[in-house]
Design a protein. Sequence first.
Length: 98
Amino acid sequence: MLLGCRLQAEQEKQTKDNQIKTLNEEMARQDEALGKLGKDKKALEETIKKTQADLAAEEDKVNHLNKVKQKLEQQIDEVRKAKLIVAPPCLVVIGAHN
């Protein structure tokens, strides 16, 4: 009977050791996956940061170009109001050679 109990205890120990080994392997896989996800997250955060900086630069360019456009439109309006346009296009003679 003592031998039977001892064999049963050895089997239970072996089963528990196998379970521990399996769980340790799973933890190692989980740690590796977490490490990879952490690296991926960091790379994505850097990409987002760069994209936001690029977007801000492009918005600055658009704002600048809109200001330039407004100034040019004002100048055109001023020229028209001052009637500095000398000859209307219909008075230009095309193909006249002397």
